[in-house]
Design a protein around this ligand. Sequence first.
Ligand code: SAM
Ligand code: SF4
Ligand code: SF4
Length: 381
Amino acid sequence: MTSTANSVIYLKQWRTVRHTHPGAAFPPTLVRATGSLIDRLGRPLTDLRISVTDRCNFRCGYCMPKEAFDKNHIYLSRDALLSFAEIARLARLFASHGVRKIRLTGGEPLLRKNIESLIEQIAMLRISNGAPLELTLTTNGSLLPRKAAALKAAGLHRVTVSLDSLDDLVFRRMNGVDFPVANVLAGIDAALAAGFGPVKVNMVVKRGTNDQEIVPLARHFREQYSGSVTLRFIEYMDVGATNGWRMDEVLPSAEVIGRIAAEWPLVPLDASAPGETAQRWAYADGGGEIGVISSVTQAFCRTCSRARLSTDGQLYTCLFAGEGHDLRAMVRAGVDDEVLASSIAHVWSGRSDRYSELRDVRDGNRHAARPPHAEMSYIGG
Ligand code: SAM
Ligand code: SF4
Ligand code: SF4
């Protein structure tokens, strides 16, 4: 098509979108996808997290506290959710800009009906060198015993399971719905049996709530799983607006490492990939590795290459952004791939987010003073 014809089509689409969806992320110019996009701080776009549902069967106090997410909470309607075809289309366009890794998350992603079908569609996508995207999923593990084999068959590459305690009482309290820890452990075993090893297990550490579980969890996975599970400790973050975050409940990763190293000496490992969020450590005796994600005490904004697509198709360039960019409006107004890809390009090129780097960790009451953030279940953890 000639460039004049292109411009005419572009203008037509612009008028339609501006008229029907004034808030849509319509691009000021068309941008050709080159397989690489850099933001204002020189960071490439390589990772995309997609929240496939804002619902969850757990009520973890640090994410969806039951006082805020009670029976009166209004979830997105079915129409508001991106369909699988819409998600797969956007995933393809993100891949054309250099995204190599996609993580399906939520909410609890395994609650989304027929998630295997979305996995099949994304697993067919290819990046510019012809290789498949790396496709992973984060889950609370509750539905894995039922679903692990089907997820593997659909083409999912890896799973990460969240688990905050081995102590059943502590775990039941933390998940807010009295869910037994044995069922999550069964989910991890089901994932391994389905061929997902090594499985990553994420523990969010809250001082005074589950920090006594750090060493028992490390011991369990070291001794029972001989390298097939990599445990990672996440600092409790001030995401969303409902968890009542306080700095004094954050246990710095340095302390996590200190406690584990006191039992089993550790040696630092290099990052496995650029932009990796976890700092890796190996047990000196060869008993496998662990990771720490120090989002609060050692921010990693400088290498942050992650975009997030919310359940209803808003593009967020930071976990702590107040607002997203409306891609769903563009998709539903019928714009073509070139215009949609240009929207993504403009949003990423204009990005300068570095919330965690700027967070004042000495101010324990920061939560109260800052502008509102989107909830993690909606934006995708
Ligand atoms: N429901 C799934 C799960 O729990 O794994 C996927 C969504 S969840 C929002 C994704 C990850 O975010 C989980 O590992 C969870 O522990 C983590 N997370 C949620 N709220 C957090 C917070 N306030 N600080 C640190 N990590 C958090
Ligand atoms: Fe649900 Fe995951 Fe949030 Fe827990 S962390 S409430 S399991 S979305
Ligand atoms: Fe990335 Fe924002 Fe987290 Fe910094 S605060 S690492 S920019 S998501």
